[in-house]
Design a protein around this ligand. Structure first.
Ligand SMILES: Cc1cc2nc3c(=O)[nH]c(=O)nc-3n(C[C@H](O)[C@H](O)[C@H](O)COP(=O)(O)OP(=O)(O)OC[C@H]3O[C@@H](n4cnc5c(N)ncnc54)[C@H](O)[C@@H]3O)c2cc1C
Length: 434
């Protein structure tokens, strides 16, 4: 059936393949009383959980409040693609942060991937991590972009090798006739089970003394020398607070809501394909993305399913029958999967910013926030969390540089910003066809 609808959410995990295979050992309690903490974090996605972990590792007593479940939002629903880099084009901020600032952002784009690598190893997090990432080209101009990226990264002393692939070589990575070539990164990107990574990171923090409360939505913030966060049934009074609700934070802080646009994207998971078909489809088991505004992204799972994502919609709505739209998209890439059963379909909201750079800053001396990774946050959330923790512990260089980047509010006010931006983005989507 044609048409768009609002996403349907409950306070439990969505019906994703990730939720069906989650290594979830506990339900964290709901906050039922009034407590104190050094730091209180709002939101239990990668941003919030890693901020909690970084601060706990530095000795702070941290409380995290999650409205639903740990990694209930984008962090537990995404494509699981580990993609380096921060923002879509750091160079365009040169006039605001200088050449040195741009270089530091490139370095952060490398470090964010390394944090995941180290964290998985240090805490022995079982999240099916695999290395290898491939951009694929649908048009000659995409190949030009990949060559430019290769050159830029070389100049920025990127530590991993990027290999251009021609039309025959790309088939060694993706069993499809659709692509003209690609750009392969063997070790600087990859894929994993994001829900299990986030659960493992939360467990690591709790093991060192942090406290997590689920189904404990923050409904009010009272500012002051100590900040009080009120939930429906309790409160946390903390010296400092970090807001990490991203695209799901609604209007808790209108100033932040006006700068992040929740956009939807959808995913499907096939039934297990069997070793032979899984190998035919993705012979080298890498994560794959094309470079369009409304991109396709896909990868294999440990049990040889194909996870296929796409259908970004800047109104935040999803097609009523998005599963069949996604199947059509998948069959355009892999016609050999005709007739394969789809066992899971789900959607999620990512936070978009106008300039495509994550927003990091402070609402007051003791109230920090981070949001708006613009569709690419699995790795970047990890470095942002580290930079917030550094700033709270007296090393604020990186925080100050990033928070000096200007972020505009979306025009159109509370009710019109979604349709206004969706119309704007349809221009870029139309350009994908040229
Ligand atoms: C379907 C999908 C596919 C994606 N694929 C990729 C990918 O392959 N690679 C990639 O790099 N990025 C991808 N992304 C983007 C990436 O997932 C996000 O950038 C990242 O997870 C953002 O993490 P976060 O912690 O900031 O936000 P979220 O994970 O959305 O977490 C925010 C949390 O805050 C909670 N919250 C909100 N308000 C309150 C409140 N008032 N009180 C308490 N809690 C609150 C929410 O319940 C939620 O759990 C994808 C996103 C989606 C939706």
């Amino acid at each position: 059936m044609f048409g768009l609808r609002f996403p349907i959410n409950t306070r439990e995990h969505t019906g994703s393949w990730y939720a069906a295979t989650a290594a979830r050992e506990v339900d964290y309690p709901t906050l039922e009383n009034d407590i104190e903490a050094d730091v209180a974090v709002i939101g239990g996605g990668f941003s919030g959980v890693n901020t909690m972990l970084e601060l706990t590792e530095r000795g702070d007593q941290v409380v995290l409040l999650e409205a639903n479940r740990v990694a209930w939002g984008a962090s537990g629903r995404n494509g699981g693609q580990i993609i380096g880099g921060l923002g879509h084009d750091p160079d365009k901020f040169r006039s605001q942060i200088g050449a040195e600032g741009v270089r530091r952002i490139y370095d952060m784009g490398v470090e964010c991937v390394e944090i995941i690598r180290e964290r998985v190893a240090r805490y022995a997090i079982d999240c099916d991590i695999r290395w290898g990432y491939c951009d694929v080209a649908l048009k000659p101009k995409h190949m030009d972009w990949f060559r430019e990226t290769q050159q830029e990264q070389r100049e920025a002393a990127y530590p991993h090798e990027l290999v251009m692939l021609d039309g025959d070589e790309v088939k060694e990575f993706v069993g499809s006739e659709r692509y003209l070539g690609g750009l392969y990164n063997a070790n600087g990107g990859g894929h994993l089970h994001p829900l299990n990574l986030c659960l493992g990171e939360a467990k690591a923090a709790v093991g060192q003394g942090a406290q997590v409360f689920e189904q404990s939505k923050v409904i009010a913030i009272e500012h002051g020398e100590r900040v009080t966060l009120r939930t429906e049934r309790g409160s946390v009074r903390a010296k400092r607070v970090v807001l990490c609700g991203n695209a799901y934070m609604e209007n808790l802080v209108p100033r932040l809501a006006s700068r992040v646009l929740p956009a939807s994207t959808c995913m499907i998971a096939t039934e297990p394909l069997g070793e032979a078909m899984a190998h035919e489809v993705l012979p080298r088991d890498v994560a794959v993305c094309d470079p369009r505004t409304a991109l396709d992204y896909f990868r294999r799972t440990k049990d040889n399913r194909l996870l296929f994502g796409g259908l970004s919609n800047y109104t935040g709505l999803v097609p009523v029958d998005y599963q069949s739209v996604m199947v059509d998209k998948m069959l355009k890439v892999f016609p050999q999967l005709e007739g394969v059963k789809i066992e899971h379909a789900w959607d999620g909201q990512m936070g978009i910013s106008i300039n495509r750079m994550p927003q990091l800053g402070r609402l007051a001396d003791n109230v920090y926030y981070v949001q708006a990774y613009s569709g690419h946050g699995v790795a970047p959330t990890h470095i942002m969390a580290r930079i917030i923790a550094e700033a709270m512990h007296g090393e604020s260089d990186r925080f100050d540089m990033l928070s000096s980047i200007r972020h505009m509010a979306f025009p159109g006010g509370k009710y019109l910003r979604r349709p206004a931006y969706a119309v704007g983005m349809s221009y870029f989507k139309a350009k994908d066809y040229l």
